[in-house]
Design a protein around this ligand. Structure first.
Ligand SMILES: [Cu+2]
Length: 145
């Protein structure tokens, strides 16, 4: 026999689960930048790659040789973006403070000249993390020899 009461007890755990999920999702003060960045695997940064980040299309690429101790240019196309920063890190290794603010050119393309340090352990795998108006996009890459 089913009554309204037994329905309630059956659905209560589901309700609690939904509530917990909501609380976790809607933590106060949670900004897009607090969440794990989206990853873009770009086979050839010299040609550039495109992805969707939130509600806008983002294109990213570099000009020049992807080498350490030699400046190269990072460019980012992100329609209507106000602030674009690029940070360069190595997974599990402190490589110092490599944060660049990119500046929009006349055509609205954000550009910045970047010079990477040498890795003392000989690693060449880097992650460029773009912050575009608080949304983050991680782009792993390997520098040339
Ligand atoms: Cu390193």
């Amino acid at each position: 026999m089913t009554t309204a009461r037994s329905h309630f007890y059956r659905l209560a755990p589901l309700g609690i689960l939904l509530l917990v999920a909501l609380v976790v999702f809607l933590q106060p003060g949670r900004e897009p930048g607090d969440t794990a960045p989206q990853t873009l695997q770009c086979a050839d940064l010299a040609k550039g790659c495109t992805t969707r980040l939130g509600d806008r299309e983002v294109a990213v690429g570099i000009e020049g040789a992807l080498k350490v101790l030699q400046p190269f240019e990072v460019w980012v196309r992100a329609g209507g973006a106000r602030k674009v920063q690029a940070q360069f890190t190595m997974e599990g290794m402190d490589m110092g403070f490599n944060l660049y603010t990119l500046h929009a050119d006349r055509g609205g393309v954000f550009r910045g000249r970047v010079t990477l340090p040498v890795c003392v352990s000989g690693r060449r795998d880097w992650v460029m993390t773009l912050d575009i108006d608080g949304r983050r996009l991680a782009v792993p890459f390997v520098t040339e020899l």
